[in-house]
Design a protein around this ligand. Structure first.
Ligand code: CA
Ligand code: CA
Length: 183
């Protein structure tokens, strides 16, 4: 490595590692990862969680910068990093290490990240986007809920000009922004 390139050895090793993962996920070797390939990789590769197809598709649409509907090697680095980071958060709150977190733990997690929502609001998100079973939220459910909260919060914050938790929307803005949002 040339010293002026600004990349550490650690960064290069990490990039090579991710390239290796990309090649193993891209089963048909066409240089693009489809939703099916990604779902299999998340489900039985590094993460070992069954992944809902709708959550996989949301991940793809978040990171598909060139709008191909699939994930290329460059897009993959950001996607994999994102999912890995959230898995670390998930594990921290999965106190029983059984692959589930309950609603209260999810509420605590949001609160710790600065999202001050009532139990009712948390419950609404969990019911609609989490699809919990009797044991709680799986990692994919958790990811879906987090993305929803962040996306809607971002929309709200643009209009919450005083940052006091109140925003005024006009009707047209409200409908168009929520319709376009990926949540
Ligand atoms: Ca492929
Ligand atoms: Ca793409």
């Amino acid at each position: 490595m040339h010293p002026s390139s600004g990349r550490t050895v650690g960064a290069i090793v990490e990039e090579e590692r991710l390239k290796g993962i990309f090649r193993s996920v891209d089963v048909n070797g066409d240089g693009e990862i489809s939703s099916g390939e990604l779902q299999r990789a998340l489900g039985n590769g590094s993460f070992q969680y069954p992944f809902r197809l709708d959550v996989v598709e949301r991940m793809i649409s978040m990171f598909d910068r060139d709008f191909t509907g699939t994930i290329n090697a460059r897009e993959f680095v950001a996607l994999w990093q994102y999912v890995s980071d959230w898995e670390k958060v998930f594990r921290r709150y999965d106190t029983k290490s059984d692959g589930y977190i309950d609603r209260a733990q999810f509420g605590t997690c949001l609160y710790a990240m600065g999202y001050r929502l009532s139990p009712y609001a948390v419950d609404s998100v969990v019911k609609r986007h989490g699809r919990p079973d009797s044991r709680g939220l799986h990692f994919d459910d958790f990811l879906a809920c987090c993305v929803t909260v962040f996306t809607l919060t971002d929309i709200f914050r643009v209009h919450d000009t005083r940052q006091n938790g109140y925003a005024s929307f006009n009707y047209d803005d409200f409908i168009s922004k929520l319709s376009r949002a990926k949540y």
